[in-house]
Design a protein around this ligand. Structure first.
Ligand code: AVJ
Ligand code: FE
Length: 432
């Protein structure tokens, strides 16, 4: 366990370092969008959370920099205000996070991770690894908003072996176990495991692609009120939405800007950078709907042959490069059909990795929910303001992504790596 924690801490730090070393000082301190923090805020906030949780709480050590706690508290400072704070400089940030990490490695070496203490202490380290990886994904989204020549590079994702057609998959009615009580690093909102009855539903094998989305655009979907919810239409008007974020019109074709590289859209790649309202409108236009969060998780995890829920669609093994496009290994979603080894028991593909998938559900607590480690992690977000996203994107790390993992955001957000997949109610003849 200790080695695993040390490896994961090193991996997340290598990623934070790469994301911050890729740009110059000016790009580290400036705000690339009002929706995002300066990169240097995220990095110091990562260090500050690590100091609070591991150095002070688990380790019982003296504070490293108590004076900066408030500045790096996300609840005390809205993202838009963070550039005007007297932030640590890039050099100051790098030495601060290193000083914290040195102490953490010392705490790790002397913290009991066996028996009764395993769950509590190992969880604290796991929570910090996930926290850093979640901010790394946020920093990657900041990179996507940055203007200028590309600074991030990665190989292309794997390609499908042959021609691929989308299919619809029927998931028959019945109960399944949602959430988890045993996943060691599961966060409070994924707990506890509980039985849910799910009516029969039909779900697409693959996420909606750029090619499918383009048909919605060319058929006038953005201008036809009837596909949009009232709030969705209001936002479509206010923000003048006409295509996914980062799509660029070039004569009669669409290009896409991916981390500074502008190129024609790839038709069989999952669409990314759409908000919930766009996903909802597309689904209505297609005569379908978004899956609920419960349907999504059943399609991903339930194995009808054994009656149990798997950790991941493909089984209980941790994600490997053959299963899913995760961890910023590639800088884009993979074309549909690229991960046959990652399919769920029902044959639903690419549920983990590629794009976060909007669901129709609001953020709510599972029955028996207990806030941990603090109310501000999840509980304060429960309610109708946020929509749930599932499955993780190419920018989500395996440490912060699993079949039970729940993400949430405002329905207007599109700077995140968000796409969607369609579902529908079965016709009577399909369930007989
Ligand atoms: C779960 C991605 C919505 O980034 O706001 C980071 C994760 N919580 N620091 C966020 C999180 C505290 C959270 N999301
Ligand atoms: Fe945070």
């Amino acid at each position: 366990m200790r080695d695993r924690v040390a490896r994961q801490l090193a991996r997340s730090r290598a990623r934070s370092t790469a994301l911050t070393d890729a740009v110059d000082e000016h790009d580290l301190v400036r705000q690339h969008s009002k929706l995002m923090s300066p990169l240097v805020w995220d990095f110091a906030h990562i260090g500050n959370q690590e100091e609070l949780w591991l150095v002070r709480d688990v380790g019982g050590r003296e504070p490293v920099r108590q004076d900066i706690d408030d500045m790096y508290d996300a609840f005390q400072n809205a993202r838009a205000d963070r550039p005007s704070l007297p932030l640590l400089s890039p050099t100051g940030t790098r030495s601060y996070v290193q000083e914290v990490r040195d102490k953490v490695m010392d705490v790790l070496a002397s913290t009991p991770l066996e028996g009764r203490k395993l769950v509590e202490n190992a969880f604290a380290f796991g929570m910090i690894v996930q926290h850093e990886q979640q901010h790394n994904e946020t920093m990657l989204a900041t990179h996507q908003l940055r203007t200028g020549d590309p600074v991030l590079h990665a190989p292309l994702p794997p390609a499908p072996a042959g021609p691929v057609i989308n299919q619809e998959i029927l998931v028959p009615a019945g109960p399944f176990t949602m959430g988890t009580s045993v996943e060691p690093w599961a966060l409070d909102n994924e707990r506890p495991a509980h039985q849910v009855h799910v009516d029969a539903f039909v779900i697409d094998k693959y996420p909606v692609t750029n090619g499918m989305y383009l048909e919605f655009i060319t058929s006038g979907g953005y201008d036809q009120l009837r596909w949009w919810s009232e709030e969705g239409w209001a936002y479509r008007q206010k923000a003048n939405l006409t295509a996914p974020r980062f799509w660029v019109r070039d004569g009669d074709r669409w290009l896409r800007n991916g981390f500074g590289a502008v190129e024609p859209i790839v038709l069989d790649e999952p669409v990314v950078h759409v908000c919930f309202y766009e996903a909802e409108a597309f689904a209505a236009w297609a005569g379908k709907r978004l899956p609920t969060e419960t349907e999504w998780e059943k399609a991903a995890r339930f194995d009808p042959a054994t009656g149990r829920s798997r950790r991941y669609p493909w089984g209980d093994e941790d994600p490997g490069p053959e299963h899913a496009n995760l961890g910023q290994t590639h800088l884009r979603p993979a074309r549909i059909g690229a991960y046959p080894q990652g399919e769920s028991a029902y044959g639903v593909a690419q549920m983990i990795g590629d794009v976060w998938e909007w669901t129709s559900s609001d953020f709510h607590a599972y029955p028996g929910f207990v806030a941990f480690p603090y109310r501000e992690y999840s509980e304060v977000f429960f309610g109708p303001d946020y929509k749930m996203l599932r499955g993780g994107s190419f920018g989500a790390d395996a440490a912060a992504c699993r079949g039970t993992f729940r993400n949430w955001d405002y329905p207007i957000r599109r700077q995140i790596f968000s796409g969607f997949r369609l579902a529908r109610d079965p016709r009577p003849d399909e369930t007989r």
